[in-house]
Ligand binder design. Sequence first.
Ligand SMILES: [Ca+2]
Ligand SMILES: [Ca+2]
Ligand SMILES: [Ca+2]
Ligand SMILES: [Ca+2]
Length: 335
Amino acid sequence: MASTPLHRLRRVFAWSTLTVGLALAGATVLPFVQQGSSVQARLLKPQQEELPWKSLSPAEVESGAIIPASTHVVFHLPDTFESIPRETLLGHKGASTRYWGYCFPQNYDPQSVDRRVGFQGLLFLSEKERAVRDAEAKKRAPVFNPFTPPTDSAIENKNNPQRPVIRHQLEIFRPRTLCYVMAEESLAIGMDHDADRLNAKLEREIGTDATMADTDQDGISDGVEYFTGTDPLLRDSDSDNVLDGIEDSNWNGRVDKDETDPRKIDSDRDELCDGFCRVQVQNQWIFMGEDKNLNGIVDSGETDPLLWASGTDGVGDKLKVLQCLATGKNSQQCP
Ligand SMILES: [Ca+2]
Ligand SMILES: [Ca+2]
Ligand SMILES: [Ca+2]
Ligand SMILES: [Ca+2]
């Protein structure tokens, strides 16, 4: 499509907005970065001023982008959503990756930047970052007992309200916010318009559809499958021919009472698969299994996929089927 003067003007405007935002973020955040180092609550190496800067426009956040590792990243959130949880926005890396950041208050007034004292926005820290900081603080905390009483300076330090404290404050992100983030490993940032708790960039990475909450249409949402270990691109993750969403019948990703495990072909380990599977018996390939019509219900003529021995006689389900097959019946008729 040809670029009209209006398009070019918009692009120039968008870029200048970002440049201003970047400068403001640098002016406001860098002193904090340096202040943070004094409490050993930082990610950045001593050469932090040499780290590169990157800015992400609202359109880039909208379609999904990468926050590179060890880079000062400023991002503008678009106005196409109402709210998004931190972990969804930043690709669910909080437990395994140290990152921290800061968002300017909404209705941010650039004129007030010189008059401000401290931070008027909100800080966010990944779960791992919080855990590391807590562990460091514990290590530094002096242990007092009758033999090692606190010194005057220790008491003063403890009671000093000016001591910089970095606490997680921001969990839900709002539209049109300008934020800064620094991460030790790259993060996938993006919006989640299909509300499956996976942002658009993360969905591109794992191959799911960012416009469909349940890409493989097995009943379980992409996010639940991603977090609980079934394949969001496969309706039958364990190949027992029973759909994931029939095994996990309430679609919550957990194996609840009366549910088979969509991650295990044989939930009760009786050597009959939960559904109906092609197996080799004495050089012959036949279908055998428990839920022969694959409907998730123990119907008449089926064994229970949650019981090693479904009958009252204590004979294992597999042996019972083999004994039945030996009488000349086919596997649909056994047991
Ligand atoms: Ca999504
Ligand atoms: Ca699914
Ligand atoms: Ca299955
Ligand atoms: Ca079984």
